[in-house]
Ligand binder design. Structure first.
Ligand code: UT7
Length: 338
């Protein structure tokens, strides 16, 4: 371990979504809903749905390979793999172990992190500490979820919201002054009932009865989660910025969890950030849970929205309840100087 924490940032980015597109028009034929309701209440037009043969580790591995290629690294350069997900391939082993094998990494440690839709922000926070101390050189942080497998396709209040996907970031050393500047995480199990998957764990193991009562699907009190989400994103953003002496005015690009365009707009209004500094792609992908922030950031960068030296804030909220934000000063230098 080095005595002084090193500057740590993102040195590679990648994402992967399944090919199959499910439009609002498709959903109109499945449940009692309308394209107009979905668009005006959520901002979503379409989402991607995994093929029968695709599981979380497949999308995660594809995103990881793209992030490694972007960083100019091989899978064998990775020292640790962290997968934020609430839809692991199976209860155990960890999806991170499956990804390690799939991409051909060395026999490096890997673990899954369960923090709902805040998972990627939690993962960045954990991964950055492990690089910052010098314990590991390069950490792969992946947010991946296949929510379509735990969606009740007869429940119109939830099934219109979600999509599948994965996003990955390679964390490593970056020039002093750039990289992660601050982190702020929170969690409160008092809100566990607002958003959960009731059965299939040790409290209510799977039985014919739990299956019959649709207890292996997402249950959500949407209105309550909406209010919490706005509050949590605003508070986490301000807290993280405060830790590095910045204010919302300093944000060049806010990359929020893509749950609902109205939640993002409300948070931006309260933070007094113009909407052109908030990146949103919920219209194309819906809510992809732990994958939403890295998918959005990967797209933003490819579209040229991420400038050298820019202050970027990633912010999320989700089941737990959990929330979190990280502040990053962007530098493309590591790619060029490698
Ligand atoms: O990643 C974190 C997890 N999730 C979220 O962040 C989701 C947070 N919540 C939300 O995004 C919003 O609360 C929803 C989009 C889920 C719902 O929007 P809302 O504006 O809060 O609507 P609501 O639940 O208050 O429902 C309004 C009406 C209800 O009808 P009545 O009772 O007013 O007659 C619902 O039954 O809309 C009805 N409704 C629908 N109508 C057409 C609910 N879902 C649908 C639907 N199509 N799909």
């Amino acid at each position: 371990m080095t005595g002084n924490p090193r500057a740590v940032g993102i040195i590679g980015l990648g994402s992967c979504v399944p090919e199959r597109v499910l439009t609002n028009a498709d959903l109109e034929r499945m449940v009692d809903t309308t394209d107009e309701w979905i668009r005006t209440r959520t901002g979503i037009r379409e989402r991607r749905i995994a093929a029968d043969h695709e599981a979380t580790s497949d999308l995660a591995a594809a995103a990881a390979q793209r992030a490694l290629a972007d960083a100019g690294l091989a899978a064998t350069d990775v020292d640790l793999i962290l997968v934020a997900t609430l839809t692991p391939d199976m209860a155990f082993p960890a999806t991170a172990n499956l990804v390690q094998h799939h991409i051909g990494a060395r026999a490096v440690p890997g673990f899954d992190l369960s923090a709902g839709c805040s998972g990627f922000v939690y993962g960045l926070t954990v991964g950055a500490q492990l690089v910052g101390t010098g314990l590991y050189q390069r950490v792969l942080v992946i947010g991946a979820d296949v929510l379509s497998r735990i969606t009740d396709w007869t429940d119109r209040s939830t099934c219109v919201l979600f999509g599948d996907g994965a996003g990955a970031a390679v964390l490593g050393s970056v020039p002093a002054g750039s990289g992660f500047l601050a982190f702020a995480l929170g969690g409160d199990g008092a809100g566990a009932e607002l958003l959960n998957l009731p059965a299939g764990g040790s409290r209510r193991p799977a039985t014919a009865d739990t299956v019959g009562h649709h207890l292996h699907f997402i249950r959500m009190q949407g209105n309550e989660v909406f209010k919490f989400g706005v509050r949590a994103m605003v508070d986490a953003t301000i807290e993280a910025l405060g830790k590095c002496g910045l204010t919302p005015r300093d944000i060049d690009l806010l990359v929020p969890h893509q749950a609902n365009i109205r939640i993002m707009d409300a948070a931006a209004r309260r933070l007094e950030i113009p909407l052109d500094r908030v990146f949103a792609n919920v219209d194309r992908f819906g809510n992809t849970s732990a994958a939403s922030v890295p998918i959005a950031f990967d797209q933003a960068r490819r579209e040229g929205r991420v400038k050298e030296g820019a202050i970027i804030v990633f912010v999320g909220f989700g089941a737990g309840l959990t929330w979190g934000a990280t502040v990053l000063r962007w530098s493309e230098a590591p790619w060029k100087d490698r």
